[in-house]
Design a protein around this ligand. Structure first.
Ligand SMILES: [Zn+2]
Ligand SMILES: [Zn+2]
Length: 175
């Protein structure tokens, strides 16, 4: 999604409203995939404040993230706003500004930079995701496996037979 800034660039105080659909490519972030099932809706305003352009925008859409526990995909709602400073400079040497050249601003990099900040550090498909069985790798949200059955029943037996074990131990000592 590109915005023609010919008009707004001319005069200090000029501003331009924009609205459109931004299609983002799937990315890898911190080794995990982020994909987009459809374009994001972006709307906002670009204002010429003299020494630079200021973009205020809001973004709505959906990202597909990977759950860290069960490795399954899940939808994450994106709904955020940002303010970006834009300068007509050849390269992005100043981290405070997004560089642009000519009379067009491409929203892709700008939106992506702010979008990454919206991605939660705890990426979990749901609060009570059971994850994968560490023994056999089965997705415990979908089915249970023998490993956990054995583990949990052992645990139950341990508790139930605690008294009996103590009894046997006591017997042993007496002999
Ligand atoms: Zn999960
Ligand atoms: Zn298992």
């Amino acid at each position: 999604m590109k915005i023609d800034i010919t008009e707004v660039q001319r005069d200090t105080g000029a501003s331009l409203e924009f609205e459109g659909e931004l299609t983002l490519k799937d990315v890898q972030w911190q080794g995990e995939p982020i994909s987009f099932p459809g374009p994001l809706h972006v709307d906002g305003r670009i204002t010429n404040v003299g020494e630079m352009l200021v973009m205020n925008a809001s973004v709505k859409g959906t990202a597909i993230l990977m759950c860290r526990l069960c490795m399954g995909d899940f939808e994450y709602d994106l709904d955020f706003g940002f303010e970006a400073k834009l300068k007509d400079i050849p390269e992005q040497e100043d981290p405070d500004y997004f560089a642009y050249q000519g009379y067009q601003i491409d929203l892709t990099d700008i939106v992506m930079e702010f979008l990454i900040l919206e991605i939660p550090s705890v990426r979990q498909c749901r609060e009570d995701c059971k994850g994968l069985c560490p023994m056999c790798g089965v997705n415990l949200n979908e089915k249970s496996c023998k490993c956990t059955d054995a583990k949990s029943s052992d645990h139950t037996i341990d508790e139930r037979l605690e008294a009996l074990k103590e009894y046997y131990n006591g017997q042993g000592k007496e002999v």
